[in-house]
Design a protein around this ligand. Sequence first.
Ligand SMILES: [Zn+2]
Length: 345
Amino acid sequence: MRALTISSHGGLDRVEFRDDVAAPELTRPTDVRVRVLAAALNHLDLFVVEGLPGVTIAPPWILGADATGVIDQVGAAVRDVGVGDRVIINPGISDRTCEYCRAGEQPLCPRFALLGEHLPGTMAEYVVVPAANVRTIPATTPPEIAAAFPLVTLTAWRMVVSRAAVRAGENVLIWGIGGGVALAALQICKQIGARTWVVSSSAEKLRRARELGADEVLNRKEVDVARTIREKTGKRGVDVVVDNVGKDTWAASLTALGRKGRLVTCGATSGPIVDTDVRRLFWNQWSILGSTMGNDAEFDAIANELRAGRLLPPIDTVFELENGRAAFARLASGEQFGKVVVRVS
Ligand SMILES: [Zn+2]
């Protein structure tokens, strides 16, 4: 089958289109095989190309976590979905037997694995996943949008709804608008009725964020983000910060955070080690919340949003699978607003 692969770690020159990759077969009676229509890129995919500590790949390694497609085979024990169903895929695979899985918290599973990182990815004609990791969607949903939807929406939903529990009227600061998780967080916050403050170094991205409903836009090249927020809120600060930048934004995130504020993080694209003054943490009674991916209930919730035509991700560009390396280059450029998608079939 056709697939986008790497056979060793390094730069984007390692990303290789091949048409001789063996198609995956069902291995468990609870598996389904999906004929992929489109796949979408995430920062995770760039990290996989570079190489992640503790993760070894078996070449040719198929890239990609996000996808949409049509089920073309089901295992004998599969009940809820069938051949011909259009589905989205939750890229987080868990064992479904440990204490966390049984408590409905699959992302905490000690054997949690991600498509494209620990398991063969989605940028191929076929991918095999547990039936529990797919949800049906209307066949009328454009494949590019459905492919772009699961990982960022699931991640942002858990951050904003489950972990930070954002409420109507609260002020929320979102860094790096233009990135997929940040945009999904903006859309979810607007749906809740929160007041959003979004940050970018690009005037064009801020203009487009305003079109998506951002209330306040801050160009970090032109203003001191934390100081501006404190001024404009009468020194009160925001209730919630959505941060996936890490090292470069941490200090400003905490300066912008008001009393009893919640900082929720799902990533550290600028670096993982940060400074926190514990005295300010307890005095202000802040909550620092980690979050990653989402559980089955959250996947159900976002699938319902997609079925209802809500929280549709902005699409930056669409590439053909054969030209997948250019899609990776587009994501690596940081210039994208919204999702970079690869059309598979
Ligand atoms: Zn588990």
